[in-house]
Design a protein around this ligand. Sequence first.
Ligand code: DGL
Length: 262
Amino acid sequence: MNSNTSSHPIGLFDSGIGGTSIWKEIQKILPNENTIYLADSQNAPYGLKSKDEIIALSSKNTEYLLNQNCKMIVVACNTATTNAIKELRAKYKVPFIGIEPAIKPAANLSKTATIGILATKGTLNSELFHKTVSTYSETNIIEQIGHGLVQLIEDGKLESEELFHLLEAYLNPMISQNIDYLVLGCSHYPYLIPQIKKIIPKHIKIIDSGEAVAKQTKNILNQQQLLNTQSQKGKVVFYTNSDSKVLKKILKNKYEVLEKKF
Ligand code: DGL
């Protein structure tokens, strides 16, 4: 890549609006980068799809972003990372940053040697996740699929009773088993933190991967001499292939969202 490439945008994609939690962290530490975010909400949730389907959707999103000259792709989705990042890296030349559940810091910091993880079925069943878990055999890792959560978030029902009851049903068994860390293994779930805090006791810490992913994005851009050196704020573009209402709301109506087919 030549030096002009550094002004090209960073592309991010997710099965929907959740990856904006990652985009926000990237925006915090790399405010001068141009970014393009794709919300593939029409195909959400990815968590119930087969590995082949997730690879096909991730390739489609990547190609759309590469056609817009992205210099790097951030897979802002645990399900797509754990099922497809190996294939994406083999197929396309640009650097890829993925997001995986933060098992490592939680396992290392846990005093009760018991941690909980809430993630999609696709993530918890993936080979990559199993490999990670197998390296922490001394920690009791309580896995819970967040059935229904992504869809409710996509439908704009963050504050609904239905969502709250699901969370209670998923978290209470973890609380009884004495977890002291809760890993949010899906980029949609940081939006649930206010509700989660109403359910879990104060001593249980919540960990997600947003900040770590943003730091890694910066490191790789730096290493590859791809950091955008412009002094003005980066240009931001959001695309969704569904109704833009919920995405706009989650971005507090601060950004333009374009409805596009991709
Ligand atoms: N945000 C995606 C993730 O991090 C949600 C997956 C889904 O669509 O089920 O896993």
